[in-house]
Design a protein around this ligand. Structure first.
Ligand SMILES: Nc1ncnc2c1ncn2[C@@H]1O[C@H](COP(=O)(O)OP(=O)(O)OP(=O)(O)O)[C@@H](O)[C@H]1O
Length: 217
């Protein structure tokens, strides 16, 4: 599903280049869930951004379902995100001018994969059935993140890239959102790569890798 080989990435800073990833190798199979841990600043988000085609790789390759992300044009990377990937970030990134129900359907519509039965199931499983007519600003943080998770899963992505998806929530709410996300991910058959600071949350996934000094252990 996702194969990273010898991935390198540096950022230009006023003190010269800052090497962040120094040869990262990683592979994630279809249906597998993998936690990516590492100290603050170790490059976890950087890796996720490269995999999502939101930033460009310096050296090495990342392939998703056989497509080398680095060889795609901007339009190709946008199409990859639309058709195969689901992104969940710490900031819920809901569309403020759309109702909860329309936010939930937005990505599936964009991907041309709106499946009404799956949409209803997700909405019910995430406890959002009574909130469809509300605006995002009228929801709690936990409710907003459930909408963000539902919106991603509704489009049936092959691979979900999640960056601290429960990082903005209190522990109990975060655990509840993660439980729902893992159960729906398993049901949908998607692979999940989740960045987290938390050993406790990382232990809930199938496998875990740790980023240190630009490499994975
Ligand atoms: N656009 C950028 N320009 C310059 N430096 C950057 C840029 N983006 C990230 N960095 C630097 O790269 C390093 C890795 O950042 P990254 O956000 O990937 O870390 P992280 O492991 O996700 O951290 P955290 O757990 O705190 O979110 C940090 O030192 C950061 O300051």
């Amino acid at each position: 599903m996702l194969v990273a080989k010898s991935v390198e990435k540096s950022f230009q800073t006023s003190n010269g280049p800052l090497p962040v990833l120094r040869g990262v190798d990683l592979s994630l199979k279809s249906g597998e869930t993998l936690a990516l841990t590492g100290e603050s600043g170790s490059g976890k988000s950087t890796f996720l951004h490269l995999a999502a085609g939101l930033d460009t790789i310096d050296a090495g390759t990342i392939t998703i379902s056989g497509t080398d992300v680095g060889t795609l044009s901007d339009a190709g990377r946008a199409e990859l995100r639309r058709s195969r990937l689901g992104l969940v970030f710490q900031q819920f990134n809901l569309i403020p001018s759309l109702s909860v129900a329309d936010n939930l359907a937005f990505q599936a519509r964009l991907a041309g994969r709106l499946d009404p039965a799956w949409q209803v199931e997700i909405t019910e499983r995430l406890g959002l059935a009574d909130l469809g007519a509300r605006w995002p600003e009228q929801l709690s943080g936990g409710q907003q993140q459930r909408v963000a998770v539902g919106r991603t899963l509704a489009a049936r992505p092959d691979l979900i890239l999640a960056d601290e998806p429960t990082g903005n929530l209190d522990e109990a709410t975060g655990d509840q959102v993660l439980d729902l996300m893992l159960s729906l991910v398993a049901q949908s058959g998607a692979a999940l790569l989740m960045v987290t600071h938390s050993d406790r949350l990382a232990a809930r996934l199938d496998r875990r890798v740790h980023l240190r000094l630009g490499q994975l252990a």
